[in-house]
Design a protein around this ligand. Structure first.
Ligand code: F6R
Length: 244
């Protein structure tokens, strides 16, 4: 794992967006998994802008959504579906056959997990994951205590996630469980980039990079990835030891 520090949120997002473009240029059939949330919003916007400007052929990529709030419909503005629809799929005119998102309204969530795992396995794994980090160290909805060996699963959300998660919704929304790719997917992904910005993320970034790898702080698994990058702005890097 390598830590890369950028001047600010914009520079960090530019770099992350360029990573996606470069990958697709080298591998037009790439499998790309993105997180939703506040951090990747600018990355997605810049990716869409660059792809349109450069006329990047995205017709063969496979898109995988990292996670979803169980029970939240896709037209709710706080859902991951809504985020990707507006930030990525519509601007880039991706076709439905390229898009793989968990249906968090399914009556059979186990089957949703199995189908997602099969899509990823059939495509011979994910080429690039760009993920965020929660205030409890989660990646996706891999909450503290999760197994590092897990593939897709449904999980009871941690209190921190339930509280912080309200920021995505216009009105108070009942949240309880999440459906998510697992940390085994992350470990098996050919490249992983964790992005974070702002002073509020400085503490969790310090733990991600400097604490002993342990599943009570899931993002610490990044340290084990031989092609893993923690890409952060100077504010999020503010508490790191100098030698990182
Ligand atoms: C969202 C997701 C979450 C977020 C994390 C950080 O799809 O997977 O793990 O990446 O909670 O969220 P923001 O970027 O809003 O701080």
């Amino acid at each position: 794992m390598e830590v890369k520090i950028y001047q600010d949120y914009h520079a960090l997002s530019e770099a992350a967006a360029s990573e996606i473009i470069d990958l697709v240029k080298n591998k037009p059939g790439a499998v790309i998994c993105l997180a939703s949330g506040h951090t990747p919003r600018l990355t997605c916007k810049l990716f869409a802008e660059k792809a349109l400007q450069q006329k990047t052929d995205l017709s063969r990529i496979t898109f995988i959504g990292l996670d979803e709030w169980v029970g939240v419909p896709p037209d709710n503005e706080g859902s991951c579906h809504y985020f990707f629809q507006h930030e990525v799929f519509q601007p880039l005119h991706l076709s439905a056959s390229q898009i793989n998102l968990f249906n968090a309204l399914s009556i059979n969530l186990e089957q949703e997990c199995q189908e997602m795992d099969k899509v990823i396995a059939d495509k011979e794994g994910i080429d690039l994951m760009i993920v965020g980090i929660g205030m409890n160290g989660h990646i996706g909805f891999n909450e503290p205590g999760v197994s590092f060996d897990s593939y897709s699963h449904v999980i009871k959300l941690d209190d921190t996630t339930l509280t912080v998660g309200q920021k995505y919704f216009k009105t108070a929304t009942s949240l309880g469980k999440g459906i998510t790719l697992g940390l085994k997917h992350l470990q098996e992904s050919k490249k992983v980039i964790l992005i974070a910005n702002g002073t509020k993320k400085a503490g969790v970034i310090k733990k991600t990079v400097e604490e002993k790898v342990n599943n009570s702080f899931p993002a610490s698994i990044m340290q084990k990835h031989s092609n893993g990058f923690v890409m952060i702005d100077q504010e999020a890097a503010g508490l790191l030891n100098r030698n990182n």
